[in-house]
Design a protein around this ligand. Structure first.
Ligand code: NAD
Length: 503
C-alpha cells in the first residue's frame, strides 16, 4: 500500500461518521439539526463527491445559539483566568492528539495539501496555548492617579461574540479568532464557511471534550446570506470577528449597523513582492514562489504581484518559468503534492476566467493557464508576464496559484506600483541596501511588511491590513482590545470640592 493509499484509507475512516450521519450544529452542548430540517452538501474538490449533508441553518438556529451564548456568558466571564487558561491548554493538547484527523479531513474538504495542513493543525494548537497563557492577565489595567482621584482601568469581556470564517485554512483561522475570545471571557457563536465546514465541527467537539462548559462555544452551519446575516444582525451578539472577502466585510458592516456591532475585519489582498536588483535573488525567488503557490494560492497574504526591477527581470522570469512548471499538482493526501485542487468548481471558473482576461489585456501566460483533468478542481500553477498594474490580473484578488509579474525601473516606480491598489494587507521587500529598505517600508501602504523574508508569523505581533484589507489587528494584546471593553473607575482620595448647585 502506498503512503497515499494509506492516507486515503485513514481519511475515509475519519470522515465516515460525517458521510453517514451528516454534519449538525452544536448549540448549548447539544448536536442539533437545523430548525427547518434543511441541509446542503459539502463536496470534496478532489473528485466532486459529497463529504456530508450539512445543517442549513437560518435565523431560528442563530437565535438559539445566541441565547445559549448569552446564558453561558456570566459564568464563563466570572471563571478565574487560571481556570480558563487550563481549559484552553486542554483544548490545545487535544488538538495535538487529533492533528492527523484534523489535517486529513481538512485536505479532503478543502483540497489543501497535507504537507501544509499537518502544520496548520499544530498552528491551531499553538494559537490556543498562546492565548491560554495570557488569559490570567487579560483584565489587567493601569493606575492613573490624579490630584483628587485614584483612577484605575480594567478590561471586561464584551459579551457573546460572532465569529465568521472563510474556507481557506478554516481550522487554523477559526482557532486564531476563537482562542483569544475565550481567553478574554467571551462566549461564541461560530459560523464556518459553507464550502468547508468539517474541521469546525471537530474543533467544537474537542473544546467540549476538553472541559469547555456547554453554550460557551456554539457552532451554526449555513450560508452567509442566511445564518451569517442573522448572526451579524442579532442584538445579543456584541461584536463580529470576520475573515473573508472585502465585499462581504462591507455587507456585514451595513447589516450590523442597526445594532451598533463592533467589527473586526481580516479581508482580501493583492500583495506586492518588490525585488530590487541588489537582492539575494535565490532567496527572493524561493520566498516569492512559496508565498503564492503554497496553500494553492488560496491565501490572503499571498504574494500575488511580483514587482521586479527591469535590470534583472529577464533572468527572474526565466527561472520562475522553470520552477513553476515543476511544481507538483496532485492528490492533497499525497505527501509529495505541492498544490491540490482548488476549493470548488465555481472558484475554478473564477480563477480560469483570469487566464482569458490576461490574454485579452495583453499579458503573456508564461506557465500554466489551464485546468487539469475531468474530475475535481485541479488547475495548473500559472505565471503571467508582460503585465502592467492597470490590468485586471494585477488589480483583482484571484485567490489561486497565479502570479502576475510587473516590471519597474526605479525605487519610486516600485513604491507607486505597490501602493496603486485598493488593498493593503502585506508587502515583501527584497534588497540588501539597508537605507533603501527603511525608506521603502516607510512608504508602503500595508499592515504587515517583511524585508528579505517570506511571511513568518510571530503571535505577539499585530496581524491585519489597511485600506480594503481590513479593520483592526489580531495577535498579542491587540486581540484582547477587540474582545474586551475598557473600563475606568475613579476613587476619590479625599474631600475634594464638588461644585454645588441649588444652595
Ligand atoms: P467570503 O467573504 O465569501 O465568506 C466568508 C464567510 O462569510 C463565510 O462563512 C460566508 O458564509 C460568510 N458570509 C458571506 N456573506 C455573508 C453575509 N452577508 N453576512 C454574514 N456572513 C456572510 O470569503 P471566502 O470566499 O470564504 O474566503 C476568501 C476570502 O477571505 C479572500 O478574499 C481572502 O483574502 C480572505 N481572507 C482574508 C484573511 C486575512 O487575514 N486578511 C485571511 C483568510 C482569508
Amino acid at each position: 500500500m502506498s503512503v497515499l493509499d494509506d492516507n486515503i484509507a485513514k481519511a475515509n475512516g475519519y470522515l465516515s461518521r460525517f458521510r453517514e450521519s451528516g454534519l449538525s450544529n452544536q448549540i448549548a452542548g447539544q448536536a442539533v439539526l437545523a430548525a427547518g430540517g434543511q441541509t446542503f452538501q459539502t463536496t470534496s474538490p478532489i473528485d466532486d463527491t459529497v463529504v456530508a449533508e450539512v445543517a442549513r441553518s437560518g435565523g431560528d438556529d442563530i437565535a438559539a445559539a445566541a441565547a445559549a451564548a448569552k446564558e453561558a456568558f456570566p459564568a464563563w466571564r466570572d471563571l478565574g483566568g487560571n481556570k480558563r487558561k487550563q481549559i484552553l491548554h486542554n483544548i490545545a493538547d487535544a488538538i495535538t492528539d487529533r492533528a492527523e484527523e484534523i489535517a486529513f479531513c481538512e485536505c479532503v474538504d478543502t483540497g489543501q495539501a497535507v504537507r501544509f495542513m499537518a502544520k496548520a493543525a499544530l498552528r491551531g494548537a499553538e494559537n490556543f496555548r498562546f492565548f491560554a497563557d495570557r488569559a490570567p492577565s487579560a483584565r489587567d489595567g493601569q493606575m492613573l492617579p490624579s490630584p483628587t482621584l485614584m483612577n484605575v482601568t480594567t478590561r471586561v469581556p464584551i459579551g457573546p461574540v460572532g465569529v465568521i470564517t472563510p474556507w481557506n485554512t478554516p481550522f487554523m483561522l477559526s482557532t486564531w479568532k476563537i482562542a483569544p475570545a475565550l481567553a478574554a471571557g467571551c462566549t461564541i457563536v461560530h459560523k464556518p464557511a459553507e464550502l468547508a465546514p468539517i474541521s469546525a465541527r471537530i474543533l467544537v467537539e474537542i473544546a467540549e471534550d476538553a472541559g469547555l462548559p456547554p453554550g460557551v462555544w456554539n457552532t451554526v452551519n449555513g450560508y452567509g446570506e442566511d445564518a451569517g446575516r442573522a448572526l451579524t444582525e442579532h442584538p445579543d451578539i456584541k461584536a463580529i470577528a470576520f475573515v473573508g472577502e472585502s465585499q462581504t466585510g462591507s455587507a456585514i458592516m451595513a447589516q450590523g449597523a442597526p445594532s451598533l456591532k463592533r467589527v473586526h475585519f481580516e479581508l482580501g489582498g493583492k500583495n506586492p513582492v518588490i525585488i530590487f536588483d541588489d537582492a539575494d535573488l535565490d532567496r527572493a525567488l524561493d520566498a516569492a514562489i512559496f508565498m503564492i503557490y503554497s496553500l494553492n494560492g488560496e491565501r490572503c497574504t499571498s504574494s500575488s504581484r511580483l514587482l521586479v526591477q527591469d535590470t534583472i527581470a529577464d533572468h527572474i522570469e526565466e527561472r520562475l518559468i522553470e520552477r513553476v512548471n515543476k511544481i507538483k499538482v496532485g492528490h492533497p493526501l499525497d505527501p509529495d503534492t505541492e498544490i491540490g485542487p482548488l476549493i470548488h468548481k465555481s472558484h475554478v471558473d473564477k480563477v480560469a476566467g483570469y487566464f482569458r482576461l490576461a490574454q485579452e489585456g495583453g499579458a503573456t501566460i508564461a506557465a500554466g493557464g489551464e485546468m487539469i483533468g475531468e474530475r475535481g478542481c485541479f488547475v495548473r500553477p500559472t505565471l503571467f508576464t508582460g503585465a502592467s498594474n492597470d490590468m485586471r490580473i494585477a488589480r483583482e484578488e484571484i485567490f489561486g496559484p497565479v502570479l502576475t509579474v510587473i516590471r519597474f525601473s526605479s525605487e519610486r516606480d516600485a513604491i507607486q506600483i505597490a501602493n496603486d491598489t485598493q488593498y493593503g494587507l502585506t508587502a515583501y521587500v527584497w534588497t540588501n541596501d539597508l537605507t533603501r529598505s527603511l525608506r521603502v517600508t516607510q512608504q508602503l501602504e500595508a499592515g504587515m511588511i517583511w524585508v528579505n523574508s517570506e511571511n513568518v508569523r510571530h503571535l505577539p505581533t499585530p496581524f491585519g491590513g489597511v485600506k480594503a484589507s481590513g479593520i483592526g489587528r489580531d495577535g498579542g494584546d491587540w486581540s484582547f482590545d477587540f474582545y474586551m471593553e475598557q473600563k475606568h473607575i475613579g476613587f476619590a482620595t479625599g474631600q475634594h470640592s464638588i461644585p454645588r448647585l441649588g444652595c
